[in-house]
Design a protein around this ligand. Sequence first.
Ligand SMILES: Nc1ncnc2c1ncn2[C@@H]1O[C@H](COP(=O)(O)OP(=O)(O)OP(=O)(O)O)[C@@H](O)[C@H]1O
Length: 238
Amino acid sequence: MLEVRGVAKKFGGLRVLTDVSFEAESGQVTALIGPNGAGKSTLVNLVSGYLTPNAGSITLDGKDITGMAPAKVFGEGVARTFQVSGNVAELNVFECVAMSAYRTASSYRGANEIAEEELKRFDLWQYRSRALGDIPTAMVRIVDCARGMAARPKILLLDEVMAGLTPAEVDIVIEQVRACRDAGVAIVMIEHVLQAVNALADRVVVLNQGTIVATGSMAEVSQNDEVKEAYLGSAAVK
Ligand SMILES: Nc1ncnc2c1ncn2[C@@H]1O[C@H](COP(=O)(O)OP(=O)(O)OP(=O)(O)O)[C@@H](O)[C@H]1O
């Protein structure tokens, strides 16, 4: 499905990613974790076309998407959320979700049907007329998931969707991410909230200072000395 091979990214003289390789599979959650500044957002920006790598390749179902523009990458089936939920606060929930349905829908009616289906899947139907800027943060995160799924993506990149939520809200969003995974989508999730990583990740990829230091189950990577060192002083890996 998604294959990232030997990817490197520099900003001027600053090497942010070096020789990064990982895969993400359909119907699985791959969690990207690592300390602040490790390069996680840069990696997601490379996969979604917002940045171009200096070396390496990114393929989706065998098709090379390296360096494609974001809209083209989206067209290929890569949907993403953003840490700050864009400038769509004035749109209502229905409009937000319908917008991304146009990746596959060829008519207004078709897009609206997809939006209705996703809003119902995510229990958001009753909020459809509310402005995005007017609903609680946890609900915005669920709308983000619904927007992503309305694109009928092959891969959904979730960038810290749990940030700032209460543990009870995290549980609700975990259920929604499971629904995305169970629909057969490859989920790649940058996440600092361990409650979510533990509950969702089939595979964990640990980045530190721009390189992958461990890959495996959460139990496996938690035992890795490089991972422990990367997190030294934080409670992130116990
Ligand atoms: N556009 C840019 N220009 C220059 N440096 C950048 C740019 N974007 C990111 N960086 C630097 O690249 C490094 C990795 O940043 P990145 O945001 O990818 O890390 P991260 O792992 O996502 O961190 P966080 O968990 O804090 O979001 C940091 O040192 C950051 O300052």
